[in-house]
Ligand binder design. Structure first.
Ligand code: PEP
Length: 237
C-alpha cells in the first residue's frame, strides 16, 4: 500500500475538473491525497479522498493579498500542504527560509507539510545530489521541534524529472531515498514517509513499484487525467 498524492498545479479549468471529479467519484481511498487549485476545494465535497493545498502562506493571514493562510486551510479541513515545490522555488524565487517558516507554521498547527526536495541536472552531474537534498531538509527543518518531525512527508523530486518524462533508474531512486531516510533518522531520530515524484505515469508505475524504499508518489501531470490517475492508484493499493 503506497501513498499517492496528486499535485494538479494550475492545469485544469472548472469544466475539466468537473469531468475529472465525475470520473473519480467512486474513489474511496485513505491513501490518496489530491491537491487541486485551492479555488476548487468545494468541487470535491462528495468525493471520499483527502485534500491538500499546493502551498500555504508564510504569513498568519489577514492582510496578505492573494495568499491562503494555514488558518483558512484548517477551517476547510485541509490538513496537508505541499511546501518548497521546485516550481515555486525557481519561478517565484521562494527561499529555503520561506519553506522553513511554512513547515513550522503547519507543524505548529497539527498540519502536515509535504516537503519537496531534489537536485537540478547540473547538481546531479556534479555528484552533489545528496548534499543538496540534506541541505534542503536541514534548512526546511531549522528550529522545528524534534518531536514533530516524523509527521513530515518528504517528496524526493529530481527537478530534471518533473514534467520531462525522464525518470532516474530504480537504483538511483532507491539510493537517494534510503539516504534521505538515514539522514532523518541520524539527525532527527525520525522515521518519515518518503515519496518519489517526477514523471510518474501508467507506463512506469509497475517498474517504480518494485523499489521497496519508495513509500508512495507525488504525481503532477498524470494526476489530472482521471483514468490514468485511477490506474496508478489501483497499482499502489
Ligand atoms: C510535480 O510537479 O510535483 C510532479 C511530480 O510533476 P510531474 O508528475 O508532472 O512530473
Amino acid at each position: 500500500m503506497k501513498l499517492v498524492i496528486g499535485n494538479q498545479k494550475a492545469y485544469l479549468t472548472k469544466e475539466q475538473l468537473t469531468d475529472f471529479v465525475k470520473k473519480i467519484k467512486e474513489l474511496n481511498n485513505k491513501n490518496v491525497i489530491i491537491c487541486p487549485s485551492s479555488i476548487y476545494f468545494g468541487m470535491f465535497d462528495n468525493v471520499k479522498v483527502l485534500l491538500g493545498a499546493q502551498d500555504v502562506s508564510k504569513f498568519d493571514g489577514d492582510a496578505t493579498t492573494g495568499d491562503i493562510s494555514f488558518k483558512q486551510l484548517k477551517s476547510m479541513n485541509i490538513n496537508f500542504s505541499i511546501v518548497g515545490h521546485s516550481e515555486r522555488r525557481q519561478l517565484l524565487k521562494e527561499s529555503i527560509e520561506d519553506t522553513n517558516i511554512k513547515v513550522r507554521k503547519l507543524l505548529d498547527n497539527n498540519m502536515i507539510p509535504i516537503l519537496c526536495v531534489g537536485e537540478t541536472i547540473e547538481e546531479k552531474s556534479s555528484g552533489v545530489t545528496k548534499q543538496v537534498i540534506f541541505d534542503e531538509i536541514s534548512g526546511a527543518l531549522k528550529d522545528v521541534p524534534n518531536n514533530c518531525i516524523d509527521k513530515l512527508i518528504i517528496a524526493y523530486e529530481p527537478i530534471w524529472s518533473i514534467g520531462t518524462g525522464n525518470v532516474p533508474t530504480n537504483d538511483e531512486i532507491d539510493n537517494v531515498i534510503r539516504s534521505i531516510k538515514k539522514f532523518l533518522l541520524d539527525e532527527y531520530n525520525s522515521n518519515n514517509i518518503v515519496l518519489y515524484g517526477g514523471s510518474v505515469n501508467t507506463k512506469n508505475i509497475d517498474e517504480l513499484n518494485t523499489v521497496s524504499s519508495i513509500d508512495g508518489y507525488l504525481i503532477g501531470g498524470a494526476s489530472t487525467k482521471a483514468v490514468e490517475f485511477l490506474q496508478i492508484i489501483d497499482k499502489c493499493s
